[in-house]
Design a protein around this ligand. Structure first.
Ligand code: PHE
Length: 446
């Protein structure tokens, strides 16, 4: 049990929370996951459904998650336990543990992909110095490369996390994100001027409405939206708990969601036209009617884009993949914080030990994924994003809407404060969100 002597670390300001939460949200999900999924699911139709799901379900779920953490001021396992009240204490605890498992699942594959980003950044550097053999090896996927770069990334993350919330997370998050944003915008402007780009823009921006009701597309878009906003594994809950009570969570959540979605949108506007530019230049992007190598898509497309820029391209490539590695780092920090905060507060393990313990577990899990890559990699991603994260969100809706203090927490507060907007939102969270989520699930299952 948590010792009363533990003082909790916390963000020193609202901005601290915004930077950390945006750092968690913006990551490989935006720049690797979103464009890959959009390209594989009809472009515009995917974007359309993604935006709708984000507004209708993901933003409210993010609100609920941050809200639970903020009210409880505890780690996700204890927070959910408290939110579920005496009667459903066990259920709350179990849900907290499931979230924790989700965070570990996320870390197990995310660190592998982040390792790819590191390898590509280094590859550009080696090429810049004319060491072509090593550059080529670094930019070609292999098991050995995974075995080397995944641990490097995990250790890097652990170093930052064990410094603690304030020193570690607040300082790192957000500083470099504006640079990433500017770079994305620059790249989009560049690609849109190349031959063939228009076809990609049309595919991306004009939805084919025949596809928007396809269950597979809807569930993929929903999974991607939950993943991109870091919902359902407790990362945002733990950040909410490090923020002082009494903030306008609605506003915070909306601004984080808007920024995250804008970056995903830009990444799509870069990659999908780039795909057509590459095709126009004679590169093979489809094989047997399907897009080339699922998770490898951006690594096939971006290098040829950078190469088309001449020698400047190497510097652009290095900067871009370095920024992506950093974006990945700030995302893994929030997931790692979930088990670490639990171990520190509920198991009385000191922060340093907890961090290294969790990192060691992540390392083992990721090595298992590497060993059985074809079998496990896609499966873990799918289980996490299309089942665990949406189910946890459903749980949050039910907790905030129904269980907490045996009534609707949000409408109770609203009544106290006479806030009609909040009251309407409480109603929406209580009825509409869970029902809509269940409908999506039923639609997919049958
Ligand atoms: N949202 C992060 C991204 O888009 C991934 C993430 C998922 C981070 C779950 C924390 C928790 O890359």
């Amino acid at each position: 049990m948590s010792s009363p002597t533990t003082t909790r670390d916390s963000f020193h300001s609202r901005l601290g929370f915004i930077l950390a939460a945006a750092g968690s949200a913006i990551g490989l999900g935006n720049i690797w996951g979103f464009p890959t999924q959009a390209a594989n699911n009809g472009g515009g139709a995917f974007l359309f459904v993604y935006l709708i799901v984000t507004i209708l379900l993901a933003v409210p779920a993010l609100y609920a998650e941050v809200y639970i953490g903020n009210q409880a001021q505890k780690n996700p396992v204890s927070a959910l336990m408290q939110a579920c009240g005496h009667r459903f204490k066990k259920t709350g605890r179990n849900a907290g543990i499931i979230g924790l498992v989700g965070a570990m699942m996320m870390l197990s594959f995310y660190t592998i992909v982040a390792g790819w980003m590191l390898a590509h950044a280094l590859s550009a550097l080696f090429e810049l110095f004319g060491i072509i053999d090593i550059a080529n090896w670094l930019s070609t996927s292999s098991t050995l490369r995974n075995i080397i770069f995944t641990p490097i990334f995990i250790v890097l993350g652990a170093f930052i996390i064990h410094q603690g919330v304030h020193a570690g997370i607040e300082r790192w998050s957000g500083r470099l994100m504006p640079v990433l944003l500017l770079m994305l915008i620059g790249l989009v402007i560049y690609i849109l001027q190349q031959d063939g780009a228009q076809e990609g823009v049309a595919l991306y921006l004009i939805p084919d409405f025949n596809q928007v009701l396809e269950p597979k597309l809807i569930i993929s878009a929903m999974g991607q939206a939950f993943f991109s906003l870091s919902i359902g594994v407790g990362g945002m809950m733990v950040y909410g708990s490090y923020m002082k009570k009494g903030q306008d969570i609605g506003k915070l959540v909306l601004s984080i969601a808007a920024l995250d979605t804008f970056i995903a949108f830009l990444a799509g506007l870069l990659i999908i036209p780039a795909l057509f530019v590459a095709q126009h230049a004679g590169q093979e992007v489809f094989s047997e009617g399907n897009l080339i190598g699922e998770g490898q898509l951006i690594f096939q497309i971006l290098p040829s884009l950078f190469a088309s820029m001449g020698s400047v391209g190497l510097i652009v490539s290095f900067s871009f993949f370095t920024l992506l590695s950093i974006a990945a780092l700030t995302s893994t920090i929030s997931s790692t914080e979930v088990p670490v905060s639990y171990l520190v507060e509920d198991r009385n393990i000191n922060r340093k030990h907890a961090t290294w313990l969790v990192s060691a577990m992540v390392l083992i899990a990721s090595m298992i994924l590497i060993a059985f890559f074809d079998l496990l990699f896609g499966l873990v991603i799918q289980l996490l994003t299309t089942i665990l994260q949406p189910l946890m969100s459903l749980f949050y809706f039910i907790v905030v809407g129904w269980v907490w203090q045996r009534g609707n927490q949000l409408t109770d507060i609203a009544q106290l404060q006479q806030d009609r907007k909040l009251k309407a939102f409480g109603f929406y969270l209580r009825y509409f969100c869970p029902i809509l989520l269940i409908i999506v699930f039923i639609n997919v299952a049958f």
